[in-house]
Design a protein around this ligand. Structure first.
Ligand code: HEC
Length: 199
């Protein structure tokens, strides 16, 4: 009986130690060292709603939001931006780092592609701007109206992608999603974390 108690006590100690080292310590270290960067503003209300749309439509399954150091991949050469640092994600909850890169990394898409029109057309049908694109179309984020109202965001479409009659206008979800994409911009300078070169 005493032996069993000893084993249980030892196991509990090991578990406690592991939790301290793996969960508690890193969290304390990060809180102390990661401050909001000067160049980064919190997401606007519309962008936060757009972020929920991004999550619900599964964009994260094809797009990462984590640019890598040049020693780990050609992200900078591709024009995706400098290597990400922890502070870049201070307003991201939950984070959307992603693991798949079926499409380009989107951490800096707002800086790379600041055109609302482009994003609207691309979301309505990626093939309308990128003929070879394999990205799914999201036509349900839009509606066809006979005539656009004064505050409507009309989507510019090449003839072959446009409906037979009326105009395609963005629903609120599309507007919020595009606002979120435009606010993805971590191009401000930071103290980069030195990465050791592999020999
Ligand atoms: C099945 C995989 C897939 C999914 C899901 C997907 N994408 Fe894409 N995306 C791609 C591919 C491939 C490209 C590159 C071709 C192109 O531009 O259409 C791309 C390109 C893009 C670009 C342009 C990037 C650049 O550097 O020019 C944006 C912006 C984008 N996607 C946003 C989204 C959003 C927002 C969603 C969710 C609503 C989404 N994608 C869902 C595959 C995907």
């Amino acid at each position: 009986m005493t032996r069993a108690l000893g084993i249980v006590a030892a196991a509990a100690m090991i578990l406690l130690f592991a939790a301290l080292m793996i969960v508690v310590m890193p969290s304390i270290q990060l809180q102390a060292s990661v401050k909001p960067p000067e160049g980064l503003t919190p997401y606007s209300e519309s962008a936060l709603v757009g972020r929920e749309v991004y999550i619900s439509l599964g964009c994260v399954y094809c797009h990462s939001q984590q640019t890598r150091d040049p020693s780990l991949g050609p992200d900078a050469i591709r024009g995706w931006g400098r290597a990400a640092v922890p502070a870049d994600f201070i307003y991201d909850s939950p984070h959307l780092l992603g693991t798949m890169r079926t499409g380009p990394d989107l951490l800096n898409i707002g800086a790379r592609q600041p055109s609302v029109d482009w994003h609207m057309t691309h979301l309505y049908n990626p093939r309308a701007v990128m003929p070879e694109s394999i990205m799914p179309a999201y036509p349900f984020l839009f509606e066809v109206k006979e005539e656009a109202g004064p505050r409507d965001n009309v989507v510019n479409l090449p003839q072959e992608f446009a409906p037979d009659g009326g105009v395609v206008v963005a629903r609120p979800a599309a507007r919020d999603l595009v606002q979120y994409l435009l606010e993805l911009d971590r191009t401000y300078p930071v103290d980069e974390i030195p990465v050791e070169e592999a020999n």
